[in-house]
Write a protein that binds this ligand. Structure first.
Ligand code: TYM
Length: 334
């Protein structure tokens, strides 16, 4: 295990659609908060996206787009390592090894696998099944102490921990066993039209999600149309009022207020007024990000330079871990 002055963070985002308010509140917002205290590595996990059919040109563009969003959300490319997963071959290489230490039964239990295979029943490929192994390899290659993610990635993190411990038990201390960092608020933002379902960037119905770089008018329209519940009170009750509870969560996370403060603030308001207040707060939060994103997204030279530098720094750490693993399991090194 390498020497580290600060504790290390690793996290990743798939370039599989327009990043949403859910991705922002569950993950990206926290990436930026953690960057001073930790040594951070943030990855655009393009190989993970291949588990679902992608349009090649769009995939390429979206990988740049995720990088630009990392920066627009406040990540400093000097301070943090920002890179694309496929630029560091050690991710795929370690994934092969770890796959030999992960059981079919464990992978078959993953909720995301079950959900994605029912959604893409025409394409239940083996990559979809072994997806969590590649994710474990992302994290373990860098000996990350902490992994900031939304609630939906918790199960994958648990599997990563199990695989790391299993490997360490056989070969001696090799991997740091990582902890998840799941925010208290905003870890599970729901769809605006169907609040029983997670807000997802690959949703076909665009009214279900807010994209991070969406124009204010469109954001306001979507909040106006957001599904609410019967009754008139603005109170947090996930089981009986999923729509209002989701809007309360969004407002609370965006403004940094506690749920009970939000309930108090809107105790005399109607649903319509509340929805507009949520829209306004989201617009205020996302506008500076959209402006910064638009400034940098067409500057491919700038983005490519960050990617080259990021891949180089990531490679240096990753190749050491991979080499240690290869030696421990008995592969002959050149
Ligand atoms: P992905 O690309 O689906 O999502 C990126 C991050 O956003 C979080 N998230 C949400 N948070 C709150 N509410 C939502 N509705 C919501 N939707 C998504 C996710 O939890 C995630 O933190 N498997 C990962 C990518 C990955 C990864 C890794 C993450 C690959 N390797 C290593 C951490 C470490 C994924 O599909 O995230």
């Amino acid at each position: 295990m390498g020497d580290k002055a600060k504790k290390r963070i690793f996290s990743g985002v798939q370039p599989s659609g327009h990043l949403t308010l859910g991705n922002y509140l569950g993950a990206l917002k926290n990436f930026a908060i953690l960057q001073d205290e930790y040594d951070c590595i943030y990855c655009v996990v393009d190989l993970h996206s291949l588990t679902v059919r992608q349009n090649p040109e769009e995939l390429r563009q979206r990988s740049y787009s995720v990088l630009a969003l990392y920066i627009a959300c406040g990540l400093d490319p000097e301070k943090n390592i920002l890179f694309i997963q496929s630029h560091v071959p050690a991710h795929s290489e370690l994934a092969w090894v770890l796959g030999c230490y992960t059981y079919m039964g464990e992978l078959g239990r993953m909720t995301q696998f079950k959900e994605k295979s029912s959604k893409h029943s025409e394409n239940i490929n083996s990559g979809l099944f072994t997806y969590p192994v590649l994710m474990a390899s992302d994290i373990l290659l860098y000996n990350a102490d902490l992994v900031p993610v939304g609630d939906d990635q918790k199960q994958h993190l648990e599997l990563t921990r199990d695989v790391a411990q299993r490997f360490n038990n056989i070969y001696g201390e090799t991997f740091v066993v990582p902890e998840p960092y799941i925010p208290k608020q905003g870890a599970r933002i729901m769809s605006l039209q169907d609040p029983e379902k997670k807000m997802s960037k690959s949703d076909e119905n665009k009214n279900n999600f807010i994209s991070i770089i969406e124009e204010p008018n469109s954001i306001m329209k979507k909040f106006k149309k957001a599904v609410t519940d019967s009754g008139a009170e603005i109170i947090y009750d996930e089981a009986n009022k999923p729509g209002i509870s989701n809007l309360i969560s969004i407002y609370a996370t965006v403004t940094g207020k506690a749920i009970h403060e939000v309930e108090k603030e809107f105790e005399n308001s109607r649903y319509g007024e509340f929805k507009m207040a949520v829209g306004d707060a989201v617009v205020a939060k996302l506008t500076p990000i959209r402006i910064k994103y638009n400034e940098i997204i067409s500057d491919k030279d700038y983005l490519d330079k960050i990617l080259r530098n990021g891949a180089e720094r990531a490679e240096e750490i990753a190749s050491k871990t991979l080499d240690e693993v290869y030696r421990k399991i008995g592969l002959v090194r050149p």
